[in-house]
Design a protein around this ligand. Structure first.
Ligand code: GDG
Length: 724
């Protein structure tokens, strides 16, 4: 039976050294809770680093055994690994880059090498446990290379990846010297999840620009499979927080703590020590509030919990000093004998005390400068069982996309934050309840268990979709079948599209000249079969490129036909009425003027707007604009607008490859028919084929063809096989 393996940098436990022995402390984090329903079942397992270095082989063996009982397996990291892979590349390159703090990015090739090395360590550890049919769910930015490393060894495994932190714009991604390797690593997965649509959009754009893989509606077209990219906003264990807030223990803390801050409105902030959280900016906003509103002195205070983290890294050390200084300043300036503006704790609290802080605070001030999701704001909302309280939330946190009933602020707009606090302090109770109610409803529905379920369902869906496509794949077996059928045939015909089928794309279309190998294949095939090159290209180019070959040619999607027996020129197959061209050309020219790199190609029956050389992104945008413009015009002229590979073509609808192919076969009896093509224009050919024909589309798009084939290389392989 297949199993599920969860992989994350850290295991959901902490390994501590105490009195010469190791102790495990389970983590109560959101991820551990959500995934508990998975890894604790059956043969499933969680693989990761236990959070401490262990060098002694005996101790390692002991830890392996103990973790095995907990359904976990450790990946041991050396001190050097931790410094270079974790603190180094993960936290000093990827973390700042992905949170838009480019000023903190370190470009250290040794850190990169360690990142590759440790990802490989994880891969080896997983391979010891994983079977070819298992599901492997990898978490977060420390393991971006792992999906592809696993894919190479387990090509059929189900591999999913979820990124918990933001995915930055392409502009940031391109700064990383190892960007292509990182993206290639990620697309080894079948499903790639992010918290928000924006993260997903940035990822797709970076993949398109840096790896050349194209995508449509969240599906990346890789060489031999499709990969789904989607947004899955992570929830919390809602009931756990709601229940805890009402528990006796928490209520006792509320009472106890409450006495110390009696009569004051409380603002709560909880973060790990990190520059992405905007802690100094928040203290400054609170300072400004007290400066501008003297009437609030003695009536409002801030409880600020900062959980120690990464304090060996220089930028974190400096941040800690800055926070200490700011808190010191504000408290020394405003404190009275019975009022302290900021209650600052640089430590973490047990869960029941944390819950008391959530419960007793009037306002949660969650203002990160950038955050993947942010669970603190969700936990605050879930803990507000009497539904009073206000959430002030940064627009830069993933959670802001869901929690629209919070007061949303730009954390860089200090006055905006001050005003938000002021408004929150005076918000009428009915409004608080209405907002809280709506946020609670949503968080209850999309809790962490639902998140896991939706993600897993989606993964199954992608695998099914891949299955449908691969069942149509031209593998060795199908190749042999086609070859056998071809050998048996008495009269055969092969319809071969040119660009993207017999040869790859070139940035200058006129340079995609048939190479030696291709000319050889066509020559050999033409000795044993009727060969028809069926292309959208103009007749002169095709005629020149295949001059002297004993083949038929259909040019410009069926406007021109050249039969091998007529040695002469191409013949016009369709009557041409090009009176429409002047109007359309003017429009296209306008778009050429606005789009550097674009150009128009004029064919006898069509006009083509090319954007292959246009800056990526801009080309798409202009093409969409031109498309809607032309669609409107096309109706009046009874024309058809079609989107191709980096082209937009407008033409008469009655001219297409299918019609030309049918005409070519008219009156003949073939016992073997093969049609291969790579885009929508070839779909007309596929549709026109009789039932017994083999039709093959290059790439893994949905198609009317009965088969898909991986690439031009495979097409040539198949054709070569026919010549044997
Ligand atoms: C990544 C992404 C994304 C905090 N102080 C105490 C304490 N906490 C708990 C909170 C909360 C968690 O820590 C912090 O939540 P984050 O959302 O910041 O999560 P991270 O794991 O740090 O970060 C983030 C998240 O992954 C999930 O995908 O939201 O954007 O950076 O659960 O309650 N817990 C206790 N005492 C404390 O003092 N017990």
């Amino acid at each position: 039976m297949s199993k599920t393996i969860i992989v994350s940098n850290r295991l959901p436990i902490s390994l501590r050294h105490r009195n010469g022995r190791f102790e495990f402390k389970p983590s109560a984090g959101g991820l551990a809770t959500g995934l508990g329903s998975i890894y604790k079942e059956g043969e499933n397992i969680w693989i990761g680093w236990p959070g401490n270095t262990v060098d002694d082989p005996e101790q390692r063996a002991e830890i392996i055994l103990e973790l095995h009982e907990l359904k976990m397996a450790p990946v041991f990291l050396s001190k050097e690994d931790v410094e270079e892979f974790y603190e180094g590349f993960s936290n000093e390159t990827l973390w700042p880059a992905f949170h838009y703090f480019t000023q903190y990015m370190v470009y250290n090739p040794e850190h990169w090498e360690a990142y590759v090395r440790v990802n490989q360590k994880f891969c080896d550890a997983i391979l010891k446990k994983a079977g070819p049919e298992d599901t492997i769910w990898i978490h977060d930015y420390q393991l971006l290379l792992l999906p592809q490393m696993l894919r190479e060894v387990l090509p059929n495994a189900t591999i999913a990846f979820f990124q918990h932190i933001p995915f930055p714009s392409y502009e940031i991604m391109r700064m990383i010297p190892w960007r292509k390797e990182l993206l290639t690593g990620m697309v080894g997965a079948d499903l790639i999840g992010f918290h928000t649509y924006d993260d997903m959009r940035h990822f797709l754009s970076a993949v398109g620009r840096l790896t050349g893989l194209s995508s449509e509606s969240g599906y990346i077209q890789a060489e031999n499979r499709i990969i789904n990219v989607d947004s899955f906003p992570m929830g919390i264990d809602y009931d756990k927080y709601a229940k805890q807030a009402k528990s006796k223990k928490t209520l006792r803390f509320v009472e106890e703590f409450g006495k110390q801050v009696e009569g004051q409105k409380l603002l709560l902030t909880i973060d790990r020590l990190d520059y992405s959280k905007g802690i100094p900016q928040r203290i400054q906003a609170f300072n400004q509030l007290l400066e501008q509103h003297k009437e609030l002195h003695g009536k409002v205070s801030m409880i600020m919990i900062v959980v120690p983290s990464r304090d060996k890294v220089q930028s974190y050390k400096e941040l800690k000093e800055e926070i200490d200084l700011l808190v010191g300043r504000i408290n020394s300036e405003y404190s009275t004998l019975n009022w302290v503006p900021v209650h600052y704790f640089y430590r973490s609290f047990p869960f029941d005390e944390l819950s008391a802080f959530y419960n007793m605070s009037d306002i949660a001030l969650v203002t990160p400068l950038r955050d993947g999701m942010n669970l603190v704001c969700k936990e605050f909302v879930a803990s507000k069982t009497n539904q009073t309280g206000v959430l002030i939330l940064s627009e830069m946190a993933g959670a802001s996309k869901e929690l629209q009933d919070a007061i949303l602020v730009n954390p860089n707009d200090r006055q905006g934050v001050v005003d938000a606090i002021f408004n929150a302090l005076s918000m009428p109770q009915e409004e608080q309840v209405a907002r809280m109610n709506s946020m609670q409803e949503s968080l209850k529905k999309y809790d962490v268990f639902q998140w896991v379920k939706v993600f897993m369902d989606r993964l199954e869906h992608v695998k099914q979709k891949q299955e449908e496509l691969t069942s149509k794949d031209v593998d060795t077996k199908v190749m042999n079948e086609i070859q056998a059928s071809f050998k048996k045939a008495k009269k055969s015909i092969l319809f071969l599209d040119y660009d993207g089928t017999l040869t790859g794309f070139h940035s200058d279309p006129q340079k995609a000249i048939p190479d030696e190998e291709l000319r050889g294949i066509v020559k050999e095939l033409s000795k044993i079969s009727q060969v028809v090159i069926i292309s959208g290209r103009d007749k002169d180019t095709l005629g020149k490129w295949f001059a002297g070959q004993n083949i038929d040619m259909i040019a410009e999607h069926g406007v021109w036909v050249k039969r091998k027996e007529d040695n002469g020129d191409f013949e016009l197959y369709a009557e041409i009425d090009d009176s429409w061209k002047d109007d359309i050309r003017k429009i296209m020219e306008y778009y050429v003027l606005r789009t550097p790199g674009a150009f128009i190609e004029e064919k006898h029956h069509s006009l083509v707007w090319h954007y292959r050389k246009v800056e990526s992104g801009l080309g798409d945008l202009r093409m969409r604009e031109l498309f809607s413009h032309l669609k409107y015009m096309a109706r009046g002229h009874n024309l058809q607008v079609l989107e191709g590979n980096m082209v937009l073509e407008i033409k008469r609808p009655d001219i297409n490859k299918g019609r030309a192919a049918t005409a070519m076969m008219k009156g003949m009896e073939y016992d073997f028919i093969l049609a291969i093509g790579d885009d929508w224009t070839d779909e007309d050919t596929f549709k026109a084929m009789p039932k017994n024909a083999y039709s093959i589309r290059v790439g893994y798009a949905y198609t009317q063809a009965n088969f898909n084939i991986k690439s031009v290389k495979q097409v040539r392989q198949l054709l070569q096989k026919l010549t044997l």
